[in-house]
Design a protein around this ligand. Structure first.
Ligand code: SAM
Length: 257
């Protein structure tokens, strides 16, 4: 089983894969949501990079003012359209989102030719509380396929805390087991998964549990280093096909940190 971290822009890489005829069985990704301007990236605009190049109107949007679903839509439809072109049927597409960007991302997905099939709540358990607000303990995974579906039965609810303290190696790191749960729906002959916004490569670590090849794209060099280091220290399972086999493998193989 192999992994590859590509240091570059997701949109350009997706376009190159399309030109080369390279295909993936699934895309499982966690793009920048830009829902909290001034958050861990300093400004919302810094999250969306290389935007002028894709010809969008994003440069007209002031990310510092407010979460902006229209800007997020403009960004998402470019990379989602490019994503649809590199998926082989059934071609599962999973995209993490918070509640703010659900409308933008689901519209972008539908305009990209991916059939929007559902929304999976992910209960993180460890959300911040604010007076007067309902505590937003869930993020979501929107999902769809390009053509058909697999024959697997998988629950439509995810639970698991976002990594904290010493296990946190990326500001918006996802839970590895949650990502692995999503991969359970792939057909037995699925071999290749792509994450165009891979961060610390949590999707890659989840692929390792099933022995699925992984390609991640990350445009911040220091974060790409973190991803490579993580996957170098991850033991890749032989190709596993059943839930029981994958669970057994995971028990025997603790994460490296
Ligand atoms: C939400 S984080 C992903 C975190 C990841 N799921 C994890 O568990 O570590 C999104 C990542 O996409 C990267 N990114 C943002 N824009 C990008 C682009 N145009 N091309 C490639 N990577 C990009 C960011 O640097 C960031 O690390």
């Amino acid at each position: 089983m192999t992994y590859e971290i590509i240091r570059g822009d997701s949109f350009e890489t997706l376009q190159r894969f399309h030109r080369e005829g390279r295909k993936f069985d699934a895309i499982l990704t966690d793009p920048p949501y830009c829902s909290r301007p001034g958050g861990s990236y300093g400004s919302g605009a810094r999250k969306y990079v290389n935007l002028a190049r894709v010809g969008s109107r994003l440069e007209d949007c002031n990310f510092s003012e407010a979460p902006n679903q229209f800007a997020a839509y403009e960004f998402a439809r470019h990379w989602m359209q490019a994503s649809a072109l590199v998926l082989r049927a059934p071609g599962y597409f999973f995209c993490f989102t918070d509640w703010v960007m659900i409308p933008a991302f689901t519209m972008a997905m539908q305009s990209s030719g991916i059939v929007y099939r559902g929304l999976i709540p992910w209960n993180k358990n460890n959300a911040r509380c604010h007076p007067g607000y309902f505590t937003q303990v869930c993020e979501f995974v929107i999902w769809g396929t390009v053509n058909g579906v697999s024959d697997k039965f998988v629950k439509g609810y995810l639970e698991g805390s976002a990594p904290a303290n010493e296990s946190r190696i990326h500001p918006t790191q996802k839970n590895e087991t949650v990502c692995a749960e999503l991969l359970r729906i792939l057909p037995d002959d699925a071999t290749d998964v792509l994450d165009p916004f891979c961060g610390s490569a949590t999707t890659g670590a989840a692929c390792a549990r099933f022995g699925i090849n992984f390609v991640g794209v990350e445009n911040v060099p220091t974060i790409a280093d973190v991803a490579e280091n993580r996957l170098r220290n991850t033991t890749w399972a032989q190709r596993l096909t059943t839930k029981e086999e994958a669970d057994k493998w995971t028990e025997q193989t603790p994460a490296f940190w």
